[in-house]
Design a protein around this ligand. Structure first.
Ligand code: FEO
Length: 394
């Protein structure tokens, strides 16, 4: 396996993992993923930026060997093991290399793996490192996944190495996002499931990055953004763009009652001209629901009642949404029960972390009947009235 030269001074020495199907034991990966590691060459010194998941040690080692790499610096932008996991091996292989990371990353790295502490040097925000005729600048950017994260910028060439930020789980034969069909959709799913809880800090980082002359973005997952404005504009939209006239209906159904409610709602909202994304949680992966919720005005969760509580699949979706904190403005619960149940308060308690207005829940006993459909119609009218106030309806 060979290193791939993607720029005059940058080689990709990472790993492709097209067969991985789930990340964090949670989010399905329809396109696999990559762990990108970058070798940057200056006239006097060289640096390796991030490594790969240790399962793919052979790919990193072979690609480094193919160019006779001898890094003077091992830069860790992010301590999570899919990027830092090969640092101990790199430290052994290159015994004179210095390990550079943010102050917060140092202790995290020492907690997560065996590393020689005396070889770790923390770098300050804005600090520069000379490689001879090239300069690396370190930008502390906490919460582009974890609190210790930083970005590295190759100043003279305008190449940004942002680790998870701007990433996508997308294994592809092309190095370039402009040639990878569907990568922006996967970048949105990635944003939704990794970055969405950190909308505010990411907004500040975007402001700061706007002051840099960025020509190429090389994230730690997925293709590189050779048209960097594409992903930067998308992130601006996802973090602070308008909330859309869109409703996400995520439901699970056991005996058709909740499904009929969901589909009736869909019809009514569609009639009103509202975009409706409907997901049967038994069939769809939660990554798609999360991506859909990034800019949705309303999110509705539908559940049947199982032994007095919400269905576990709906519980899982509600819990994940509470963790991901979408910017949605209205949240509602609907569902069905056989004799009695506490599924609505159960789900609402899980969703406490989502700061938005709650809609009046709609529940039915058994199959929905005429009166029940009237209540669903009322819910649809309420949503349409709320959405009339959204900026994209003005
Ligand atoms: Fe790809 Fe937060 O690690």
């Amino acid at each position: 396996m060979l290193a791939r030269k993607i720029h005059d001074r940058v080689h990709w020495v990472g790993a492709q993992d097209p067969d991985r199907t789930v990340f964090d034991a949670l989010i399905p990966l329809p396109h696999g993923t990559t762990y990108n590691s970058w070798y940057v060459t200056g006239s006097e010194k060289c640096a390796l930026i991030d490594t790969v998941d240790p399962q793919f040690a052979d790919q990193l080692l072979e690609r480094l060997e193919s160019i006779g790499a001898k890094p003077d610096f091992l830069i860790s932008n992010h301590a999570e093991q899919d990027h830092s996991g090969m640092l101990p091996a790199m430290a052994r292989l290159f015994p004179d290399a210095e390990i550079l990371c943010s102050p917060k990353a140092k202790q995290m790295l020492l907690n997560l793996m065996e590393l020689p502490e005396e070889r770790i040097r923390v770098v300050a925000d804005g600090e520069t490192l000379s490689l001879g005729d090239r300069t690396l600048q370190f930008i502390h950017a906490p919460w582009v996944h974890w609190p210790e994260t930083m970005l590295t910028f190759l100043v003279e060439d305008g190449v940004l190495f942002p680790c998870d930020l701007f990433g996508s789980h997308f294994a592809s034969n092309t190095a370039w996002a402009s040639q990878a069909v569907g990568v922006l959709r996967e970048a949105k799913r990635y944003y939704a499931t990794i970055m969405m809880p950190f909308t505010k800090p990411i907004g500040k980082h975007l402001d700061r990055l706007a002051g840099l002359d960025i020509k190429l973005i090389c994230p730690s997952h997925g293709p590189s953004w050779d048209e960097p404005w594409v992903i930067m504009d998308a992130y601006r939209d996802w973090t602070s763009g308008p909330i859309r006239d869109k409703v996400v209906i995520a439901y699970v159904s056991m005996h058709e009652s909740t499904r009929r409610m969901a589909l009736h709602l869909e019809d009514r909202l569609f009639e009103a001209g509202t975009q409706v994304d409907v997901y049967d949680l038994e069939q769809v992966d939660l990554g798609m629901v999360a991506a859909s919720a990034v800019d949705a005005g309303t999110v509705l969760i539908g559940t049947p009642t199982v032994l007095g509580g919400a269905h576990p699949i709906a519980v899982s979706a509600a819990y994940l949404l509470a963790l991901l904190k979408p910017r949605t403005k209205w949240l509602g619960i609907f569902g069905s029960h056989g004799w009695a149940g506490k599924s609505v308060p159960h789900l609402l308690s899980l969703l406490e972390g989502v700061k938005c207005e709650r809609l009046e829940p709609v529940t039915v006993k058994g199959l929905p009947k005429t009166n029940d459909f009237s209540a669903i119609d009322e819910l649809a009218r309420t949503i349409v009235a709320h959405h009339a106030t959204l900026a994209d309806k003005a």
